[in-house]
Design a protein around this ligand. Sequence first.
Ligand code: HEM
Ligand code: NAG
Length: 321
Amino acid sequence: MASRSQTFVAAVLCMLACSGAVVLVHAQLSPSFYAQSCPILESIVRSAMTQAVAQDATIGASMLRLFFHDCFVNGCDASVLLDDTPTMVGEKNAPPNRNSLRGFVLIDSIKAQVESQCGAVVSCADILAIAARDGVNLLGGPSWVVAQGRRDARTASLSSAGSNLPPATAGISTLASMFASKGLSLRDLTALSGAHTVGNARCSSFRARIYNDTNIDTGFAYWRRQECQSVGGDYSLAPLDATSPTIFDGGYFQNLMAGRGLLHSDQELFNNGPTDWLVQMYGYNPAAFAADFAEAMVKMGSISPLTGSMGEIRLNCRKIN
Ligand code: HEM
Ligand SMILES: *[C@@H]1O[C@H](CO)[C@@H](O)[C@H](O)[C@H]1NC(C)=O
């Protein structure tokens, strides 16, 4: 009897595993990818991130955003890290990235440490995925297992960065369709937007909202206008979550419920629309946010990776080999 039911269980597992393998044949990421070639990878990244966040907590947020901007543009392939060359215009100067993305120096430093310990076996794309996870966790957010084995792109695209990354002016339907095109649901969109519980935005990213939007708390708009004039001072920074800008909590969602979203796109998630209920759920239940955020990060981290013999393992994250 026992052995028959074991056979049955094995058959069911096989049916699940085998069909899964067929569906996921392009994504051969695995948590133990570097178990032989670089077993200390995760501890190197963790200690580098711990030091960096202790010196400057905002770097945790910047790493997270860097990973998002990598994954949404031709998949999580470190294309965002490539510098421009005479023959290739990269993503760093695309409108969503220019004068805004940061964290490149820290990635270079982690990559150098990993290379000195393991040789050039770990991709920049995987280092970024782990650094983003650690950034979140070190600021008090959840942790998750980062599947690995992404390889690095040999090309980047300024125009893809421009067209695949949502602008702060986007409405809910644009946000929904841009995330859907990456296989991410409204629930993923809402949870992932909770990344704005940490980090900063430039005045130019929220000026139109604080001067012209009507679904905004008046006191909040007035407060924000003090350091973001209607003309000039484009680079003046404000926290995306003013209550706890360096703590990865559910504060972002509570802000939205009070009309205190900093970006127009933030407030779109709570504006009598399809995601209002999710904002409320995450606002009242931070544990639900933490769990859904982790799950959605795993999904985002598996957007069309280069695997097998595609791409390369870059020696320098800023240029192709
Ligand atoms: C839903 C659509 C999204 C829009 C329209 C959006 C837009 C923006 C904008 C305009 C900024 C400020 C940039 C600046 O002014 O320099 C920003 C910052 C940031 N975004 Fe998003 N974002 C979105 C989703 C996400 C997602 C999915 C993540 C990560 C999972 C993320 C993580 C961040 C972080 C951490 C910052 C702060 C960066 C720092 O302080 O260096 N965002 N975002
Ligand atoms: C607010 O809207 C008016 C009318 O459309 C426009 O002229 C003005 O530039 C907008 N202000 C900002 C800061 O976007």
